[in-house]
Design a protein around this ligand. Sequence first.
Ligand SMILES: *Cc1c(COP(=O)(O)O)cnc(C)c1O
Length: 226
Amino acid sequence: MPLQAFDAAERLAQIRARVRAAGGTDASLIAVSKKQASDAIRALAAAGQRRFGENYVQEAVAKRRELADPALEWHLIGPLQSNKAALAAQHFDWVQSLDRPKLVPLLAQARAVGAAPLNVLLQVNIDDEHSKSGCAPQAIETLARAVAAEPRLRLRGLMAIPAPYPDPARRRLAFARMRVEFDALRLHHPGIDTLSMGMSEDFEAALAAGATMVRIGTALFGPRPA
Ligand SMILES: *Cc1c(COP(=O)(O)O)cnc(C)c1O
């Protein structure tokens, strides 16, 4: 256990240094803990990491309950099925994967009145991949208006997972296009402050393009258990 805690502190310090060198801050970093054991999350939390990203609603609910640490902030970054929307609204602080109008009332109605509004990012399918979730860029503004009209939701910005092109120039292009979408959305929604893009392989390029939040899994935790 002490060795693991030491590893976590070391990894976190290294990644934080790279994030800062690329223009981000410690708060920009979401530690993606999907499929990672609660002990590993606890070790990172002990080293000072507060924000965690999970892909599966039920897995996250179980871990959050197990860790029982009110200082931690939980972000849903995986695709959201309608039948999990209520659970997500009750157990996450942020939903980064809102990508269709149907989810808006489902999330809003399930968010407890006593809780802070649910922070929402709209996921954009920036490379127009058939297999990916995310809305088309042309659909952003309509979706944004629907979220902004819900007092139980708080629109914070956009999220994207660009296609994993081997060519870094193509990824940079996707990040740059997301930045354009973000700036355009901010003209109508001046309160938004979050552009979530960049993962272990490409977070420095994402920060250079204007990301305010990066989602890093394997570079922090090591490979995910199968
Ligand atoms: C798994 C995942 C990540 C983290 O990926 P790594 O390559 O392990 O850093 C980031 N964002 C989303 C949406 C993911 O599903």
